[in-house]
Design a protein around this ligand. Structure first.
Ligand SMILES: [Fe+2]
Length: 195
């Protein structure tokens, strides 16, 4: 082995080591079930608690990503005399959801976790019932969007309590902000169903 070869091998090994430490992370099981990919973090929250928080955040991320696509589905396919109003309402609601997804995903990152928000992953982890892929009458579309929005808002609210139980007041605060927004969108949708 020449000196040049050894140097090259040593360089490759060092680079590999750096990449392992910097990029790989470690996979952890959560109590709730889903596995999460974690990296080191200087936060004082213990790793087992961060793992649970990242699991919770990724579940909500999947629900919100799915919700946005479902509300868009309603935006595109609602029909009837109130088409214009509902078409615009659903677009407004859908327009807020990427911000919530971003807030949730970046809190997972802050805790040292990998955010999981691809369509392929979300399809397997979302808890929402599928939106019908048909034309939707106004009240049918409103009810479908209302039910799914309410589910996600209430799960985000439940996440506030869970985060507080884990002593992670910042994740509780982040989810409070998300819940406040979801609740407001729910009010806008529900108001159209009032009699
Ligand atoms: Fe549109």
């Amino acid at each position: 082995m020449t000196h040049a070869t050894m140097t090259k091998e040593a360089t490759e090994k060092a680079t590999e080591g750096t990449l392992d430490a910097a990029m790989s992370g470690t996979v952890h099981e959560t109590e709730a079930g889903p596995r999460v990919l974690m990296r080191d973090s200087g936060t004082s929250i213990p790793l087992p608690d961060r793992v649970e928080m990242v699991g919770l955040l990724n579940q909500l991320l999947a629900d919100v990503v799915d919700l946005r696509l479902q509300v868009k589905q309603a935006h595109w396919n609602v029909r009837g005399i109130h088409f214009q109003a509902l078409h615009e309402l659903f677009d407004d609601v859908a327009g807020h959801l990427p911000d919530y997804a971003d807030t949730i995903a970046e809190r997972a990152g802050t805790l040292g976790g990998a955010a999981v928000g691809t369509v392929a992953e979300v399809a397997g982890t979302t808890r929402l019932d599928a939106m019908p892929t048909a034309f939707l009458a106004g009240t049918e579309a409103l009810s479908a969007v209302r039910d799914r929005l309410a589910f996600v808002a209430n799960e985000a609210r439940r996440g506030v309590d869970t985060a507080a139980e884990f002593g992670d007041e910042i994740t509780a605060d982040v989810l409070t902000e998300v819940t406040r927004g979801l609740d407001q969108q729910l009010w806008f949708v529900e108001s159209h169903l009032d009699r």
